[in-house]
Ligand binder design. Structure first.
Ligand code: SF4
Length: 509
């Protein structure tokens, strides 16, 4: 058996999680240049760029959600795939132990986290054979926020703002535009989409995800699909959804379409949405030794260029300093668009904590508190803990509970990403609270604002789902829903819906 196989897979996982591939970096750098300085999207992109650089420097996870590890492996005929699958599983467990992957494998019935990313269906490993005498392994780490924005359409279908999508390439184009519009900032825009035309419901989604292994700058060999890709890319940024849904000039950095044959009765269009933290890499291994002979997606003659030329997040002087616990007066003084810098205690809480708080009193006093929708990567150090990655998670999942929890326990600020709905907006107004949008995926950036871990509650839910008691200093976020009934998310969704109508009508197929 190839003796270096395990080490090579471990290297692949660590690098995929911590070092964005050059084509994605180039696209993000282009986005940074495209947004006018001083805009919300520009500030968010600066944080993202700084985060990308920090992740490489410290070998830390680019985003705390290291997603569903999905391996595509090609082996020479006769190679022992059972042995390889086992070594891949061991490498995943080791990368998790080292804090390069967050424990993300949860029993779907009990909610118990396996703690090592192993379990039925995780990680995903697909094998294929080829005629070559080498092993190729590609890996993609696609997180939950963007996975939840995937979409599948059965054509013909009526789409809001776009009308009917028929069973032709113009119908495909409309489905892609709709999926991107529907994702808004929830999938951490700017994103990229992999698309499959046809197949069945299962193979369609698989093939769509496989398109994400193409480089962002390649040209589709099928000229018909290349035409749709070009049409989408030429118009989609007119949606003005922008980074994190803040409004802005760059919404999508790539559109890659494949096609499978279908049953005569079915016409599916499957869209796999990936976020800016588009983590995919690959290696080619010597089949005898298992050593890495070549990195895919990387040209060794081109060294990695830093995303930022200088300092990173620069204050404009208009930032508002807040110290938790917050008063109602301070919170009612905030308006949509304000940038705040928070210091003091902050508590994490996501799905399990929200469900718990609906039935039980909180383990800490939450009056005036800042609640952070975040499932951090945390490592044990001696008797204490250290947060190594801590970006926000998608807030809309907590919409059924958030308003009630604010009312019951006196929370004054909720931090997350992607915004929340009408129930939460009403609760913010009634009880004097705000929703703050942090930059999704900026896990290394925000980890540096965390100065210590003062404790943890509900650790039985697993590290991502526990309530961590953090101490933060100058944690930046943008007010996107205020205590006066205003919501930037609602505004951007409505305006981009109007743009969608224009773009959708613009081209025929
Ligand atoms: S960048 Fe956003 S969508 Fe992507 S994995 Fe991280 S939190 Fe999820």
């Amino acid at each position: 058996m190839p003796p270096s196989f395990f080490d090579s897979v471990l290297q692949l996982i660590v690098r995929t999680s911590t070092d964005l591939p050059p084509d994605v970096r180039a696209a993000m750098k282009h986005s940074l240049v495209a947004e006018p300085e001083g805009t919300r999207s520009s500030q968010a992109l600066t944080i993202i760029a700084q985060n990308i650089d920090l992740a490489v420097d410290t070998e830390g996870a680019i985003c705390q959600d290291t997603g569903m590890p999905t391996f595509e492996v090609k082996t020479p005929v006769g190679a022992n795939q059972i042995w390889m699958r086992q070594r891949i599983r061991e490498a995943v467990a080791e990368a998790t132990r080292r804090g390069k992957l967050r424990p993300n494998s949860v029993d779907s019935i009990t909610g118990t986290n396996s703690g090592d990313n192993l379990g039925p269906g995780t990680p995903i490993v697909h094998f294929d054979q080829w005629e070559r005498d080498a092993i190729e392994i590609k890996l993609i780490l696609k997180g939950g926020g963007c996975e939840n924005t995937n979409a599948q359409y059965a054509l013909p279908v009526e789409l809001p703002h776009l009308g009917r999508a028929d069973r032709n390439l113009d119908g495909v184009r409309k489905c892609i535009l709709h999926a991107v519009w529907n994702a808004q900032g929830k999938g951490c825009a700017p994103g990229a989409v992999g698309v499959c035309v046809g197949g069945d419901r299962t193979s369609g989604y698989t093939h769509a995800k496989e398109q994400l292994f193409r480089t962002l700058d390649d040209i589709n060999p099928d000229s018909r699909l290349a035409g749709v890709e070009a049409q989408v890319m030429a118009t989609v940024n007119d949606l003005d959804i922008g980074t994190m849904g803040f409004g802005g000039k760059v919404t999508l950095i790539g559109c890659k379409i494949g096609a499978l044959n279908r049953l005569p009765a079915s016409f599916f269009v499957s869209v796999a949405y990936d976020c800016w933290a588009f983590r995919r890499l690959g290696v080619e291994l010597n089949a005898t030794t298992g050593a890495i002979e070549r990195w895919l997606y990387r040209d060794p003659s081109h060294p990695v260029i830093p995303m930022l030329d200088q300092a990173g997040f620069v204050r404009t002087g208009r930032e508002i300093a807040l110290r938790a616990p917050l008063t109602e007066e301070a919170v009612r003084g905030l308006r949509v668009g304000d940038v705040v810098m928070i210091s003091g205690p902050m508590f994490t809480g996501r799905d399990a904590v929200h469900s718990h708080l609906m039935k039980h009193d909180p383990p800490v006093d939450l009056r005036g508190a800042v609640l952070y929708h975040c499932g951090p990567v945390v490592v044990k150090e001696g008797d204490g803990w250290r947060v190594t990655a801590a970006g926000p998670t998608t807030s809309i999942r907590e919409e059924p509970y958030q308003g009630e929890i604010i009312r019951r326990y006196g929370i004054r600020a909720v931090i997350g990403k992607g915004g929340m709905g009408a129930k939460t907006l009403a609760a913010l107004k009634e009880h004097g609270a705000v929703y703050l949008n942090a930059v999704g995926g900026a896990a290394q950036f925000y980890a540096r604002s965390i100065k210590g871990v003062d404790g943890v509650s509900l650790l039985e839910f697993g590290t991502p789902e526990a309530m961590w008691h953090l101490r933060v200093e100058d944690f930046p976020a943008i007010v996107t829903m205020d205590a006066h009934g205003n919501s930037l998310h609602k505004d951007v969704e409505q305006e981009s819906g109007q743009h969608l109508e224009v773009i959708g009508a613009g081209a025929g197929g």
